[in-house]
Write a protein that binds this ligand. Structure first.
Ligand code: ADP
Ligand code: MG
Length: 396
């Protein structure tokens, strides 16, 4: 699968305008202040290398969902200021992403500085992958680098579109992400154990199927577990259930069985009467959930079974929390699994926005082999799919 990409070293960047797609889609508070700059930091190795090699970086990024029009609150000025602090180099933020005045500003930019273009999603053609918009970006660079792993599953003008028009390569972040996933997908050391959770089973069925072809054990928790339990004929009360996916879950259970994959489901639960941050947790010691109750976390016995299965694993991939970890009363299962993954001495990879947020909350990020910066992109890699922003590079 397309995980082999041309690296930054293949591009001659000295004195050249290097158009770089980055993922600066950072979380902000109500006042617009950046609350977590992990994504900006993640781009620094590539930007530092380009500057050291005499390149003139011109950055393309998106921020929020302006839906093809200018939204003042979604301008990227604050991101540019933070980047300048972290990089220790001047960053010139422009108020547009294409056009003659942008081209002139890029021409005039001083050596050793970085140009940051405006939010690309102000342009309606961006998410449509408009070739004319891609061509307008291409006029701003001599070469192109994709370092936006988190946007690489998008067939957008600034991701795959422009990559097809210029000599292109993957940046260091994209390279590191792909290497981590290549290692677990192509030649995993065994036992290989996957932990899958999160809200909707419909989001994760393809990942489950793909992983069934690769892993020795698959531990299922979170909201998605109840549709699997229902497929086995277990009562799930008012838990999150996607009735139209019960058949798919049944087929997946059968596939796992026929392939000799140990697919584990929760055998006890933490439940509540309703969904709310003041919901009162109650424990249900068996598999079945009584009527009028919803499962919001895996129970302690399940957490112990899952942790035990992770103990001798040599490769672990985790996507999706085991319960509503945002509320402390329903965080125990996610915490137990996160600690077991962190304690594993083999190769460990965690992907998924909420799973990474849970790790962050628990202070365990440092103890994980690879924490992915891309939620959707990492899921698509686990599904065994090609990412448009990556295959376009190989083509260029
Ligand atoms: P990720 O971003 O890691 O891929 P998802 O987006 O699939 O994960 O799912 C995360 C969400 O799932 C969290 O907001 C969490 O509260 C929710 N969730 C987990 N377990 C349950 C459950 N039992 N009932 C309802 N929601 C759940
Ligand atoms: Mg999520």
């Amino acid at each position: 699968m397309g995980l082999d990409v041309p690296g930054l070293e293949r591009l001659d960047v000295s004195g050249k305008r290097v158009l770089v797609r980055v993922d600066f889609n950072v979380p902000v508070d109500e006042a617009g202040a950046i609350t977590d700059d992990t994504r900006i930091r993640a781009a620094l190795p590539t930007l530092r290398e380009l500057l050291e090699r005499g390149g003139r970086p011109v950055l393309l990024c998106h921020f929020g969902r302006p839906k093809g029009q200018v939204v003042e609150a979604l301008r990227v000025d604050a991101i540019g200021r933070r980047l300048a602090e972290l990089l220790g180099a001047p960053v010139q933020k422009l108020d547009e992403s294409i056009g003659e005045s942008v081209e002139r500003a890029v021409e005039r930019a001083a050596a050793g500085s970085v140009v940051l273009l405006e939010n690309v999603r102000f342009y309606a053609g961006e998410t449509r992958g408009d070739p004319e918009l891609a061509a307008a970006y291409a006029r701003l660079g001599d070469v192109f680098v994709n370092d936006a792993f988190g946007a690489s599953h998008r067939d957008h003008a600034s991701v795959s579109g422009v990559a097809r028009l210029l000599p292109s390569a993957a940046g260091r972040l994209v390279e590191r992400e792909l290497a981590a996933f290549r290692r677990i997908l192509e030649s995993p050391e065994r036992p290989f154990v996957a932990v899958l959770g999160g809200a909707k089973v419909s989001d994760k069925l393809k990942v489950v199927s793909s992983l069934c072809e690769r892993v020795d054990a698959l531990l299922v928790g979170g909201g998605m577990a109840y549709t699997f339990l229902a497929a086995r004929g277990v009562a799930v009360g008012d838990s999150m259930l996607e009735a139209d996916r019960i058949e798919d879950c049944r087929a997946t259970l059968e596939t796992a069985r026929s392939r000799g994959v140990e697919l584990m489901l929760p055998s006890d639960h933490v439940v509540a009467e309703r969904f709310g941050d003041d919901a009162v947790p109650e424990s249900v010691p068996g598999e079945a959930i009584p009527e009028g109750r919803m499962g919001l976390d895996i129970g302690p016995r399940t957490a112990e079974r899952y942790a035990a299965r992770l103990r001798d694993a040599r490769t672990v991939v985790w996507n999706g929390p085991m319960g509503v970890f945002e509320w402390p009363a329903f965080r125990t299962g996610t915490e137990a699994v996160a600690r077991a993954v962190a304690a594993c001495s083999g190769t460990t990879v965690v992907g998924g926005g909420d799973s990474v947020a849970a790790l962050h909350l628990l202070g365990l990020e440092e103890r994980i082999g690879h924490v992915s910066t891309g939620g959707g992109a990492s899921l698509e890699l686990l599904e065994g799919r090609e990412l448009p922003g990556i295959s376009a590079l190989s083509a260029g």
